[in-house]
Design a protein around this ligand. Structure first.
Ligand code: XUL
Ligand code: MN
Length: 344
């Protein structure tokens, strides 16, 4: 634990083989058990799970097998002094999810998606977390006429309600993303996610996870997206990273592209005591060029950057900011922030 009481997490996909759409893996796979040890050694507190990270080949397993394997994973976490931050159903790889999951045009595919997500809720319970993250990867279109967007929005709500009904303790954090893999996603921003949540059968159990890169891809400022959710007590998790403009989802190390943009994310999180609310999740990827033995620096560097920025945020003279706001001297305010970031 750091002196600021922040807890940190990442997911197993953040230690990866470096494959991209144009080339094969460039690093050997790291076993999940080894990733847990790395996570611990790097000073993190919790792992983020996809359902089949805890129970591989989930679709072929009985309820009993799922329980046994998830409980064995919980025991492994306990041994290492780690926890599970959340479980996310992986609804984008199975053949039944080619056309989407909750919004697939085929009713059998939609039924598969709900059953799969219920299994993820079971796994979350066995791992002792009540948080489910829904990244709605294929809920959208490549071709707008391919689906009825009004009906699709209602189907997303029906799926959320089915999950809330299935497990009365479950909380659902929707992770918006505007595109990739889809051209047009149905839940592109936190505003969409929270509007959906407010219509749910139990709105108090639906919130959001904001990923910095996803907000940038939507043309929005991540700190403002976080502020919107924080204003309603709905920011339950974050995926901090960075993103160089409107390209593929880069998941760059936190702060490596735009230090001021990430400063403002840390500022809004720290001002709102996020350490009391949730964990600092880092959804960062190693550059493809990184050799295997050096392919965890993106994680440790991102954690360090976050903590350094907490120090800078807390060193800024807030009284001075108030004076400059009152005087409408935003140029001087600009300089105050710039000089804090430059260490002047
Ligand atoms: C996809 C993304 C995922 C989710 C977890 O862009 O961010 O890693 O965060 O399913
Ligand atoms: Mn993410």
């Amino acid at each position: 634990m750091n002196k600021y009481n922040y807890k940190f997490s990442f997911g197993p996909w953040n230690i990866h083989e470096g494959a991209d759409p144009f080339g094969p893996p460039v690093r050997p796979s790291v076993a999940f058990a080894e990733k847990l040890v790395i996570l611990k050694d790097l000073g993190f507190d919790a792992m983020q799970f996809h359902d089949d990270d805890a129970v591989p080949d989930l679709d072929t397993k009985s309820a009993r097998e799922i329980r046994q394997q998830a409980e064995a994973m919980k025991a492994r976490l306990d041994d290492l002094g780690l926890t599970a931050e959340f479980v996310a159903p992986r609804l984008w790889e199975h053949p039944m999810t080619i056309d989407g999951a909750f919004t697939a045009n085929d009713p059998a595919a939609r039924a598969y998606a709900i059953e799969r997500a219920k299994k993820a809720a079971d796994i979350a319970r066995y791992l002792d977390t009540n948080l489910m993250v829904l990244w709605l990867a294929r809920e959208g279109t490549y071709l707008r006429e391919a689906k009825d967007a009004v009906r699709a929005t209602q189907q997303l709500l029906e799926a959320v309600d089915a999950l809330l009904d299935y497990d009365p303790d479950l909380r659902i954090a929707i992770e918006p993303k505007p595109n990739e893999p889809m051209d047009l996603a149905y839940i592109p921003t936190i505003g969409h996610a929270l509007a959906l949540g407010m219509q749910a059968s139990d709105p108090a159990r639906v919130g959001g996870l904001i990923e910095s890169a996803h907000a940038v891809l939507a043309g929005l400022d991540p700190a403002d997206e976080m502020s919107f959710a924080l204003a309603f007590g709905k920011l339950w998790s974050v995926h901090l990273n960075d993103q160089n403009g409107l390209k593929f989802d880069q998941d760059r190390s936190f702060g490596s592209v735009d230090l001021r943009r990430v400063f403002n994310q840390v500022r809004v999180l720290d001002e709102n005591k996020f350490w009391e609310i949730g964990m600092v999740g880092l959804d960062v990827k190693a550059l493809r060029t990184q050799p295997p033995e050096l392919a965890t620096k993106h994680l440790s560097n991102s954690l360090r950057t976050f903590l350094r920025l907490v120090e800078i945020v807390r060193s800024v003279d807030n009284q001075k900011i108030e004076e400059l706001r009152a005087a409408r001297d935003y140029e001087e305010l600009d300089w105050l922030i710039m000089s804090s970031l430059m260490g002047a």
